[in-house]
Design a protein around this ligand. Structure first.
Ligand code: PTJ
Length: 246
């Protein structure tokens, strides 16, 4: 039983979700380490959505609304923390959820698929029944992608991962939206749009932003996209951290 008066109650709630997801065969063992790394960066950014992050979330919403075939790629950590919001966004935009795991096992795929199935997600890709094709120049279990999902997509949402997948997908001409508390990770550095913030704050804000911008003209969305520069965004995120030490 978690103590609601604990000064870090919210953080304990998320840890509890992570532990339960591990017990339920959703989270990879390394997912615990990844969560700890995220917590450290969250501490450094002040555990809040900065002005810069909110702007980046809005830019991400504009990308979702102007893309033809966006897809939400999910792993164990994303599922442990924000499966409900992933299901909501999938429903709002009518786009698929594709399971893509670094530590892929048939058991984890079944368990993660069940989470999204129970939340009513209609289009779940990346299960063992799917038709896959390898991502060029990418080794490992993240390489095979669904032909109807990531292969076809012009925009891929890849929260909470690091590695060379973002770079390889970007090289195929896809736009990549990433959520990573570490602005220095390879994925953060090679994505089209990197939201440097905690996924638990990002997802509700992203849903709100998609709702807000869905009334805008395409030209206004495109103007917001054109004004955005991910290098400037990452630089601002790093300086926001440095400012906290001054
Ligand atoms: O479920 P699988 O098998 O696909 O494995 C998933 C993990 C996360 C274990 C795997 O992708 C991995 O090892 O990732 P890394 O290299 O640890 O990268 C995860 C990134 O997510 C790190 O840069 C963390 O800072 C970041 N991160 C962790 N928790 C959060 C986060 N970013 C935003 N919000 C979080 N809550």
């Amino acid at each position: 039983m978690l103590n609601k008066n604990h000064p870090r109650y919210q953080s304990l709630v998320y840890r509890d979700k992570i532990v339960k997801a591990h017990e339920n065969g959703i989270l990879a063992d390394s997912g615990m380490i990844a969560h700890g790394r995220g917590e450290t960066f969250d501490y450094l950014i002040g555990e809040k959505t900065t002005y810069n992050s909110q702007n980046t979330i809005d830019v991400a919403a504009c990308y979702f609304l102007t893309s033809k075939n966006p897809v939400l790629s999910v792993n164990g950590n994303t599922t442990a923390l924000v499966s409900e919001e992933i299901a909501q966004l999938s429903d709002l935009l009518d786009i698929p959820v594709e399971i893509n795991l670094y530590y892929r096992t048939p058991e984890r795929i079944v368990n993660i698929e069940k989470v999204y199935r129970d939340l009513g997600v209609k289009n779940i890709l990346g299960t063992d029944d799917d038709d896959f094709i390898d991502t060029p120049d990418l080794d490992g279990p993240r390489s095979p992608v669904s032909i109807e999902g990531i292969k076809k997509a012009d925009l891929v949402f890849i929260p909470l991962e690091d590695g060379d997948r973002a770079e390889k997908l970007y090289a195929l001409g896809k736009d990549i939206v990433n959520v990573d508390l570490n602005p220095l990770s390879r994925t953060a550095q090679t994505s089209t749009v990197t939201i440097v913030d905690n996924i638990v704050r990002v997802m509700p804000a992203l849903i709100k932003s998609v709702e807000k911008y869905s009334d805008y003209d395409n030209s206004d969305l495109q103007e917001k996209i054109d004004k955005f520069n991910n290098n400037v965004n990452l630089d601002t995120a790093i300086h926001d951290i440095i400012k906290r030490f001054e």
